[in-house]
Design a binder for this molecule. Structure first.
Ligand code: SF4
Length: 225
């Protein structure tokens, strides 16, 4: 069995997926910052519905998010879950943008991760999708699972998996690593069900059950002969 490299994985996935820069819809870096805060423990579909129908028509600048009361913002983001924390982070973050960055979203990992509610994964998505800057690879639950099933990493933490993935692809590809692995993790290699018999990697993925069945079939034939 040929060992899978990240290069082979990306080239193969590109044939069946053309993901956007990020699955969260946005107009400006601020929109994306707010959407990524809302996406913690919430689906992209739900976040996109809330931002499209409620937030984006109402809030365009950091000051807009500070003009309303905390209770009103909590109501607006309620359906994304953990709404008290999310509303708090959005307002704290908007205050910092105004105080320290003239209302603009900063462009570096260090500055972004110093904002309330923004971790390394969120910062990587913002830098890559909003600014075309690649300082890290966002490792969400799909990327973590799929990278390990492919044998691209044995890391037990998102940070270790990110380090391993960064070794395998040039910087300009790092945003695509995330979106292509998420696409595969949502459509074929899902958390509950590995559809290995429909997967283009079924013959060389170390986690494929197809290969195991072939081996069992050969053993059965041998024992009959
Ligand atoms: S062969 Fe199976 S385990 Fe491997 S990537 Fe495809 S679906 Fe996932």
């Amino acid at each position: 069995m040929t060992r899978l490299s990240l290069r082979i994985v990306l080239d193969t996935l590109r044939k069946s997926h053309t993901p956007p820069k990020t699955f969260l819809q946005f107009r400006t870096p601020l929109d994306l910052l707010v959407a990524t805060i809302l996406s913690a423990q919430c689906t992209d579909v739900r976040v996109n519905k809330v931002t499209k129908e409620i937030l984006y028509p109402k809030y365009k600048t950091p000051s807009d998010y500070l003009k309303v009361s905390r209770t009103e913002l909590e109501r607006d983001v309620h359906s994304c879950g953990t709404y008290r924390n999310k509303a708090k982070y959005i307002q704290l973050m908007c205050g910092m943008l105004i105080d320290q960055y003239q209302g603009e979203v900063p462009h570096t990992m260090e500055e972004l991760t110093a904002l309330p509610g923004v971790g390394r994964k969120t910062a990587s998505v913002i830098l890559s999708a909003a600014f075309g800057i690649h300082e890290g690879i966002a490792v969400d639950t799909h990327v973590f699972r799929v990278a390990r099933r492919f044998g691209l990493s044995r890391g037990n933490t998102p940070e270790k998996v990110e380090q391993d993935l960064m070794q395998g692809a040039p910087k300009k590809e790092w945003g695509k690593v995330t979106t292509l692995l998420i696409s595969h993790g949502r459509s074929v290699c899902t958390a509950r069900n590995r559809a290995c018999d429909q997967c283009p990697f079924q013959n060389n993925c170390p986690s494929s059950w197809v290969q195991g069945r072939k081996d069992l079939g050969k053993l059965a034939k041998r024992s009959r002969s």
